[in-house]
Design a protein around this ligand. Sequence first.
Ligand SMILES: Nc1ncnc2c1ncn2[C@@H]1O[C@H](COP(=O)(O)OP(=O)(O)OP(=O)(O)O)[C@@H](O)[C@H]1O
Length: 188
Amino acid sequence: MIKIGAIDVREDEVNHHDSELQAVQPFARAVAYSLQGVVYAFHTEQNVKRDVWLFTVLCAVELVLRPPLRDVALTMFVAMCVFAAELFNTAIELAVDIASQWQHHVVAGVAKDVASGAVTCVSLGAIALAIWLVESLWPWHFWLFTGHHPAGAGMVVAGLIVVWAFRCWPYRQRTVIKRRRKGDEHGV
Ligand SMILES: Nc1ncnc2c1ncn2[C@@H]1O[C@H](COP(=O)(O)OP(=O)(O)OP(=O)(O)O)[C@@H](O)[C@H]1O
């Protein structure tokens, strides 16, 4: 390991970090980089790991109650907005850590609080939508092992596969990023 700021980087990765993707076509390379970012967050962020389980519960409820495709698409969109907000929050936290050099700074703290406030706002919207969905399906019928609303069920299963693929994708930990934590007044 060598140290770059507060980031430990495996020595053999420093020179070869990007080489394996250089030969790939630019669009595919951009997609690969963005997927690397998603996999990083899904493996390192506790909040994202928790959201994966909440998403799984939502999918289970939808597979049992079988809302129509339109309602499933709406909930999938909002669920993806929550994941996107978490990813933005993670990116902002990392950028703030670099900008503040892992030192305590009042502006760094406010920036992180605002970023996590954005996640809270989207999450509140998602909770409102989930309540509306469950309420709109009353009286509940249990359609789990039936062909009721097959398109909606297919979309739920596709969403589950995508999210768990991000979560289970083999993660090569090239960098060990020591994150500053609340109450750590002296940096790392
Ligand atoms: N450099 C800093 N200077 C001052 N306060 C900071 C700094 N870094 C973090 N904080 C405070 O600690 C809180 C948590 O920051 P941290 O980077 O640990 O995020 P986290 O624990 O992953 O939180 P989140 O739930 O938002 O992802 C921030 O919201 C902020 O109030």
